[in-house]
Design a protein around this ligand. Sequence first.
Ligand code: ADP
Ligand code: MG
Length: 373
Amino acid sequence: MNQSSSQKALRDTQAERRESGLTINKARKVFTSAEGTQVRAVDDVSLAIPQGEFFILLGPSGCGKTTLLRSIAGLETLDAGEIYLGDTRIDGLAPYRRPVNTVFQSYALFPHMTIAQNIAFGLQMEKQSKATIAKTVGDMLDLVHLSEIGGRKPNQLSGGQQQRVALARALAKSPQVLLLDESLSALDFKLRRQMQVELKRIQRETGITFVFVTHDQEEALSMGDHIAVFSEGKPKQIGTPQEIYDTPANRFVADFIGDINFLDATKVNGNCVEVQGVTFPVSQDVTNRSDGAALCVAVRPERIGLTSADSDGLLGTITALTFMGADIRCEVTLRDHTALQVRVSPPFDTNVLRPGGTVSIAIHADHMRVVEQ
Ligand code: ADP
Ligand code: MG
């Protein structure tokens, strides 16, 4: 069977079951640690994951990503809350009754079986017919581009190939949702990049909802249709990669994603803030803040312009300057000793970009982002 007909076959089996997405409603999971303290691993989480999306759960180690994923799979029992697939409540179902499958970081392939047998195993357990199993295994090998080597054993495969087998095995049962827990983190950098592209392709071609857990913000930005950024058991923001990057809702998200500067500011008349006596207009609506309120403004290093010193502007001194090829990284120290990280793109104005030089800070209103603390 050729590639496109195998994709279509997979899509058809999925189509009737994928009417709507995964809904998590006020899910809570509390663990008691060895010391007896309670940890809210999943802290009243509500999420709507649209069907057919590549959805990312992103956050630092210990923020509850794995616990939430295991709760969706049925490997943890929630203390409170509900999980729905479409209109069907699934959180009371045994794991094997849920149309959900998981790819773990360790591939856990059977070493004594061939690749094809590994993929077939789950289908045999379901007592599917030999003909159906053979067809599915062929389709899956096509999908992950391993048709040529279905007869090999796992120890004859590279790490990336083993990862593909694990993926093929998980997809063979046509789950409605595929859960992936840090499943690329065992791969080296280059292979990881390749597998990111492959995973995106496979998700697109199958149309299956992928819920992908990572602590790597670059991986999240490059792969997600939407990202939920977690901290301490709660999503702190849910949005597209661009929304999360350009308009972080709070200081945690701003700090966790990419490089960022924080400026202490004061709300002043109109939709403006004042930083060290200099007024900056802000595009974001901040009229709900009272004048005089202390605010935190987040600004990306590439969104700060440096111009020759203007006595009306916010002035700083260039305290470090590193040429990086595609850009110049500067540290600019303000009068109050705040050190700003600035990334300047070419063309470079060498009259302005001098170590020890005084510069004016220019920030467009669109890029002054007032964030919740
Ligand atoms: P992540 O996957 O984001 O690193 P986890 O979901 O593994 O986070 O863990 C979330 C929190 O719950 C952590 O504080 C962790 O120590 C705790 N935790 C997870 N599993 C258990 C368990 N079985 N018993 C006790 N505490 C646990
Ligand atoms: Mg984890």
